[in-house]
Write a protein that binds this ligand. Structure first.
Ligand code: SF4
Ligand code: FES
Length: 671
């Protein structure tokens, strides 16, 4: 600790703070800044954060880049400071265009805000402003480089956080320019540079000239495009989602979101299933809700082998109702994991990310098995990258995938794992020496062979569990998985259910918002009842189609990979003939059991939460894993992660023009 004075007041502060941090934390002084950002390396190049420091040379110092020292006296609003900040502002504005009325950043621009405080009404500069050619950054980020103030936040984010070298700065002094390789940015996190840019140099291309910030209604909610449950703010106008921005949550997504979470929102409105449909003489026709429910009732009552699969974004209330329906109609086969997988759910710790995402910051050895963290959870991958830069050793058992991590690779085969278990691998020794070892497993591992789950649990028990540390971390691909497993909605893997459906062993298949199920392979005798938000080819085979709500139209529960239950907030009204799938399911169940009383989503939520309480499920509890001795596994199974198109993983992103542009410009043209 050191003793310092801030504006005449004495404080004892930690000696690892910068002057800016000490002023904000202890004296509550707001220091203006452009280049400094909590989550980025310090650059100290904009000079907007100048303060006066004594003892020292008689000139202001950059508070973001100056560490505190004993007996330092800091002044944050002296005459010297005010003049210095005014001069810096004048220098920055010298070449900044006065185009605020046509700039998308207008109304939420750091430069605009600070110019109100420190700007002068007259400048001393009487020459032409310099002009800078705009750079191409792909379909998501629009550039207006005349507005750039060279804070280098975008460069530091793309280089340090995302791990790409696609943005840099060239030239010196007045010739300085931020530049790219004139290619679309490849990072799955590229949209975050739009939030970081303190001016209107980088803005969102899909949002260009669409709205002003004060016209938007902001709703804090949860993202459902991966299993992280990132905190987001959904911004709407006239019932249309115009923007999704990250909300701060240090435990989950810090302040980043993936490009899919941010930009796939245009898919919400495309090809919406806006009403019920019934297949009449093999032609799908619009129908009333009553007729659709009546038809469903007939199909269910005339079927003896019924199976259900819920989709990647299905909320917990809906899964809970499917489970009740399954019990009432004696349906034995159901799964909440659309991509398949028999999970060992004997303990909750077997299928959640036990350390929590924040545990990555503490881990000193990270073994990644069967999972492409860069695609499965890009924000989490950035956290692993940060840990690896700070010294954590990362080993990946996979093909040589470019995860942007400083890592070594193991062959993606079973013997790599059994060698670790039997102390035959150098990794075993390193694991024994590690204080906080972590194993991150992808769900691909379980879809390949259920015994693999047991093998990894055995390894975890031997190396990754300590008295105060459970480093067994299961990373799911989809937000619906953990909630569904918590609700015990997985009696048979979806892959096996589909094999039965193809073989004609199922006569009614109920699919709720699934997006990867190939219904064209289902046996002709099997009737399909579908719930869907957006249309796609798989619906053609359905006998009944019910409309469903997207995550922005309902307040629904989701549990993320770390086992944290969170709730989305309804940001848009329900329009057309869309219905809440909970209401529809309640009606279907009530037709079968007249004693069933729940009618609305909130009725169901109460019952569902009660059922979870009985299982004592919450973030803190049930973190222990339960390993069984693993049976002999086929040595030829590959444990490599599956390759897939990150931009189009579900029916919303597949209906998104923004994501289609990314596929074209990043995956096709660039490759
Ligand atoms: S483009 Fe924006 S974030 Fe990048 S250096 Fe310029 S002002 Fe900073
Ligand atoms: S914020 Fe300190 S120099 Fe930019």
């Amino acid at each position: 600790m050191v003793n310092i004075k801030i504006n005449g007041q004495e404080f004892e502060v930690e000696n690892n703070l910068t002057v800016m941090q000490a002023c904000e934390k202890y004296a509550g002084s707001q220091i203006p800044r452009f280049c400094y950002h909590d989550k980025l390396k310090i650059a100290g190049n904009c000079r907007m954060c100048l303060v006066e420091i004594k003892p020292g040379p008689p000139k202001p110092a950059a508070s973001c880049a100056t560490p505190v020292a004993n007996n330092m006296e800091i002044f944050t609003d002296s005459e010297m400071v005010k003049k210095a900040r005014g001069d810096v502002m004048e220098l920055i504005l010298m070449n900044h265009p006065l185009d605020c009325p046509v700039c998308d950043q207008g109304g939420e621009c750091d430069l605009q805000d600070q110019a109100y405080i420190y700007g002068k009404d007259k400048g001393n500069f009487c020459h032409d402003k310099r002009a800078v050619v705009d750079k191409y950054m792909g379909p998501l980020v629009k550039t207006k480089m005349n507005r750039c103030i060279h804070c280098t936040r975008c460069v530091r984010f793309i280089n340090d956080v995302a791990g790409f070298t696609e943005i840099g700065s060239i030239g010196r002094g007045v010739e300085t320019e931020i530049t790219t390789l004139e290619n679309a940015l490849s990072s799955e996190l590229s949209g975050n540079i739009i939030d970081l840019c303190p001016v209107g140099a980088l803005t969102a291309k899909p949002y260009e000239a669409k709205a002003r910030p004060w016209e938007l209604t902001k709703t804090r909610s949860i993202d459902v495009f991966d299993a992280m449950g990132s905190n987001i703010v959904v911004q709407t106008r006239s019932n249309e989602v115009l923007r999704v921005l990250p909300d701060l949550n240090d435990d989950i997504n810090e302040e980043w979101i993936s490009d899919k979470s941010r930009f796939a929102i245009d898919g919400l409105a495309n090809q919406r299933v806006d009403t019920c449909f019934i297949a009449r003489n093999k032609v799908i026709q619009p129908a009333s809700l009553e007729d659709a429910i009546l038809n469903t009732d007939k199909i269910i009552k005339s079927s003896s082998n019924i199976a259900m699969i819920t989709g990647k974004m299905t909320d917990m209330e809906t899964i809970y109702l499917h489970k009740i329906l399954a019990e009432k109609i004696n349906c034995k086969y159901y799964s909440c994991i659309e991509n398949g997988g028999d999970f060992d759910t004997s303990s909750r710790g077997n299928y959640i990310f036990n350390t929590g995402f924040k545990g990555i910051d503490k881990a000193d050895f990270i073994l990644i098995v069967g999972c492409n963290t860069r695609k499965d959870a890009p924000v989490l991958n950035a956290r692993i990258r940060k840990a690896s830069i700070l010294g954590a050793k990362v080993v990946i058992a996979d093909e040589n995938r470019d995860l942007k991590l400083n890592a070594s690779f193991l062959e993606p085969n079973i013997s790599s794992l059994t060698d670790i278990l039997n102390n035959k691998s150098s990794v075993s020794k390193a694991l024994k020496d590690a204080k906080f070892p972590m194993i991150i497993l992808g769900s691909d591992i379980v879809t390949k062979d259920e015994k693999l789950h047991s093998l990894t649990l055995e390894i975890a028990e031997k190396f990754f569990i300590k008295d105060d540390w459970n480093g067994y971390c299961f990373l799911h691909k989809n937000i619906a998985n953990v909630g569904g497993l918590d609700l015990d909605f997985n009696t048979k893997s979806a892959t096996k259910i589909m094999e039965m459906a193809k073989a004609g062993e199922i006569d009614c298949l109920i699919l709720n918002s699934t997006s990867d199920i190939d219904t064209s392979l289902v046996h002709n005798n099997c009737k399909i009842i579908s719930f869907a938000t957006n249309g796609d080819d798989s619906l053609r085979r359905s006998s009944v189609i019910f409309p469903s709500l997207t995550y922005v139209e309902k307040s629904a529960f989701y549990t993320n990979s770390e086992g944290r239950i969170q709730k989305t907030t309804k940001a848009c009204e329900i329009i057309d003939n869309r219905f809440d799938e909970c209401q529809i399911l309640c009606k279907i169940i009530a037709n079968i059991d007249s004693n069933f009383s729940a009618k609305t989503r909130s009725d169901v939520q109460m019952k569902m939460l009660e059922s979870l309480e009985n299982k004592e499920i919450n973030v803190q509890k049930s973190r222990a894993i339960l390993a069984k001795k693993c049976d002999k596994i086929d040595e030829n199974i590959s444990i490599a992660s599956t390759v897939y198109n990150f931009y189009m993983t579900d029916s919303i992103s597949r209906n998104s023009r923004n994501m289609a542009n990314c596929v074209r410009e990043i995956l096709l043209i660039k490759k």
